[in-house]
Design a protein. Structure first.
Length: 528
């Protein structure tokens, strides 16, 4: 699960370096297979050099991360195969280095899925990505035909046939341009494209691409066998449609009504538009948003007022600026990284904590007692929020991986989950420290409110998750958008209900009911 945090992917560069050293040696020994091997080596070197110039920036780019993992999985397999044929000396590169980390197939798949997630969320074109462009600007090294092919294969194996087909088409285009030998052929690519079409239910296109394949390799037996099968199913479909038009089937012709979006699809659309920064909060509200120095809540603040920026009113969402120092950030990262575990979520069916595709990050927890710096951060949270830390959770430190994200969720537990009953009640408030800027993507977005908050290093977002009645406030639903470029670090401090009775007295009210309902739906600026 290296792909789930950028910090972990950094270790792969050591591994990467070992491969370079070995290949250098091997090439001296054996000239025959050098043409293929040297091509690999040069690519490894070139990319490694680029990586070393600015490691976080290099690995923060999901294409670089994907191709790095590919170079250490499938490409490495090919390299090993080619080496095994002739040499006595290097039988198996990976066996020579048991002390370094190797990514697994799961990492390749994770990185491939991250790329399609970014493609979909940020409306990126396959061709731009494969040329290493983002909004017309250089984003990564261009991808090779082999990169596109392996990406397509990883997606095909995960049954994402639409994206697999598109990446295979790109592999085909590049293959014709590049003219370098690969372990796969044009025919292999054509077969993936036609079979993806077939599995997507587009038999006509499947047939069309199979015929292209047979033009290249007329003896291909699987393709030859599929042609009559495709033709038959196309003929049957035509007959069925003709009968239906004549009203002979007894079936009702399908009603032409616009497809209703499911609640999930609607939220997804709002989430993605917010991630792209396409949604503005209503003008009437933005006029009322202010910035000020906060001196209340604690006498300490009179000496060191906190810069407070209102991001949203009712529910109030605020950003406190410069509330964690660079030194503290480095310290928190250093303490948290060795204990990183893949982030988990509550499985409502079993009540267990499990990893999930909708939350891709690594995290760990830091106690106040571990260091004065952590205790100081907790005290600052108390000053900022005016709330008691007696029942607060430990500091959760999070680093998002390649395309890392956290889909829309509530921070509070729903009644039926009752997950916090023993922990001083539900999570009354969230303080979210941003411990890095994020070059592109990675916003925190509130899907019910239509608010995007872009990370600002050293700042912290703060909001209440519960109504004064103690009921969860559903308008606080939020998400962490996929990281498009960079490594995103945040820390969460969750405050619980117990201990706040005198500071935030509960009552039977919802927060300012008249203003809060109905919840304004975000309106995307552009429609798809
Ligand atoms: O990383 C973010 O922007 C939000 C994280 C979050 O919502 C969470 O960890 O609960
Ligand atoms: Fe959250």
């Amino acid at each position: 699960e290296l792909f789930t945090a950028i910090a972990e992917v950094e270790h792969l560069l050591e591994t990467h370096k070992r491969i370079i050293d070995d290949l250098d040696f091997y090439i001296d020994k054996e000239e025959k297979r050098l043409s293929t091997l040297k091509r690999h080596l040069n690519l490894y070197k070139r990319e490694h050099e680029k990586a070393m110039e600015d490691i976080p920036n290099y690995l923060g780019n999901p294409i670089n991360a994907f191709t790095l993992i590919k170079r250490l999985t499938t490409d490495l397999d090919h390299i090993e195969d080619s080496i095994k044929i002739g040499t006595e000396y290097i039988k198996n590169i990976t066996m020579n280095h048991e002390d370094v980390k190797y990514p697994a197939l799961e990492d390749l798949t994770g990185a491939a899925q991250a790329l399609t997630r970014l493609q979909e969320t940020y409306h990126l074109e396959v061709k731009d990505l494969s040329e290493g462009l983002l909004n017309g600007v250089a984003y990564s090294s261009p991808m090779s035909a082999g990169d596109c092919y392996e990406l397509g294969r990883a997606l095909y194996n995960e049954k994402d046939f639409t994206n697999a087909r598109d990446w295979m088409k790109e592999a085909l285009r590049k293959l014709k341009e590049e003219n370098v030998p690969y372990a796969f052929t044009e025919v292999d690519v054509l077969e993936y494209i036609s079979f993806s079409y077939y599995l997507l239910g587009d038999t006509r296109s499947a047939l069309e691409w199979t015929q292209k394949l047979l033009a290249v390799d007329p003896k291909h037996s699987r393709a030859k066998g599929n042609v009559p099968h495709y033709q038959k199913s196309i003929a049957e479909e035509e007959l069925r449609l003709r009968k239906q038009r004549r009203g002979e089937t007894g079936e009702e012709p399908p009603e032409e009504k616009p497809a209703e979006l499911s609640a999930y699809a609607k939220e997804r659309k709002a989430y993605e538009a917010l991630c792209r920064g396409e949604v503005d909060i209503p003008l009437a509200m933005s006029k009322r948003l202010t910035c000020r120095y906060m001196t209340e809540n604690h006498p300490f603040l009179r000496l060191a007022p906190i810069k407070m920026e209102m991001m949203y009113l009712n529910p109030d969402i605020v950003m406190f600026h410069d509330v964690i120092s660079d030194g503290e950030i480095e310290m928190v990262k250093r303490m948290a990284s060795p204990r990183f575990r893949r982030a988990v979520v509550h499985d409502p069916k079993t009540g267990e904590l499990v990893p999930a595709h909708y939350r891709i990050s690594k995290s760990s927890w830091l106690k106040d007692s571990e260091s004065e710096a952590i205790a100081r951060i907790s005290r600052r949270v108390s000053h900022m929020t005016g709330l008691s830390m007696d029942t607060a959770e430990e500091l959760q430190v999070v680093n998002y991986g390649i395309g890392g994200h956290y889909e829309p969720h509530f921070d509070f537990a729903r009644k039926r989950e009752n997950a916090f009953s023993k922990q001083g009640g539900n999570r009354i408030a969230t303080v979210l420290f941003y411990m890095s800027d994020v070059a592109q993507g990675g916003a925190t977005v509130f899907t019910e409110l239509g608010l995007s908050v872009f990370p600002v290093k050293r700042a912290a977002a703060f909001w209440l998750n519960l109504h004064p009645s103690g009921e969860g406030d559903i308008s606080t639903r939020h998400a962490a958008c996929p990281v498009l470029q960079g490594s995103k670090w945040v820390s969460n401090k969750w405050l619980h209900q117990s201990g706040q009775e005198l500071l935030k007295p509960c009552n039977l009210e919802y927060q300012d009911e008249s203003m809060i309902r109905p919840i304004p739906r975000p309106v995307p600026k552009t429609s798809r």
